[in-house]
Design a protein around this ligand. Structure first.
Ligand code: CA
Length: 229
């Protein structure tokens, strides 16, 4: 069965370009032009990934992202206009998996989509061991992390960031290392994206444990500091 991609974009010429490229890459594509239509189609069609323009009439893409995240873990790639860094960061904070800035090359869009989907399929070949720390348990097979007994609400990308940091507990990972481990060589974003994700994961851990389990090592990167049980 084809991988399903829902495109949410209100400009018809961009709709056409995106649809053409995604379809020729082998994806099943549906296109809608508004936030409410996106939510309805996401619920009914159950796409694997949503390409979401942030600048939509009626309900903007950030609101759509928030509502989608209340219901599902679907991959979300947001499209933003040049210069809208605030929106981009907000989108990632709300749980989008990646972003692309307009105007973009349709080939790059396809490459990004494929990179996001590849993360999902990268799953462990052999059953991997659950990591157990004083405050945190991480199960790579179920993609679940529990902090002091409470299930953490993490997006797929946030989980991957946490997994890589925790797997390397006590060691500093540079931003570049994290990018390679989480996004692979198909990463087109900048360091800012890594910082946003690490910040998100750290905040969620902090809320659940009242501990700072991820430390920033200034000028170098990040370190997970919980102790193994
Ligand atoms: Ca638009």
């Amino acid at each position: 069965m084809n991988i399903k991609i829902l495109v949410v974009e209100d400009e018809s010429n961009i709709q056409t370009i995106i649809r053409t490229y995604l379809e020729s890459a082998g994806f099943a594509v549906r296109v809608v032009g508004s936030g409410p239509d996106a939510l309805r189609e996401a619920a009914q069609w159950q796409p694997d990934l949503i390409v979401l323009d942030l600048n939509l009439p009626g309900m903007d893409g950030l609101e759509v992202t928030t509502r989608l995240r209340q219901e599902s873990e679907v991959y979300i790639l947001i499209l933003t206009a040049r210069g809208e860094e605030t929106d981009r960061v907000a989108g990632l904070r709300l749980g989008a998996d990646d972003y692309l800035t307009k105007p973009f090359s349709p080939r790059e869009l396809v490459a990004r989509v494929e990179a996001i989907l590849r993360r999902q399929r990268r799953g462990p070949a052999a059953p991997s061991a659950t990591l157990t720390f004083a405050h945190l348990t991480i199960n790579p097979d179920s993609h679940e992390a529990q902090a002091n007994g409470h299930l953490l609400e993490l997006t797929a990308t946030e989980f991957q960031v946490l997994w890589e940091l925790a797997r390397n507990a006590g060691r500093v990972l540079t931003r570049d290392q994290l990018v390679n481990l989480v996004w692979g060589s198909n990463f087109y974003g900048n360091d800012r994206v890594v910082d946003v994700y690490v910040g998100q994961v750290r905040r969620k851990l902090q809320d659940a444990t009242q501990q700072t389990l991820i430390e920033t090592v200034r000028g170098v990167g990040y370190k997970f500091v919980d102790v193994k049980k």
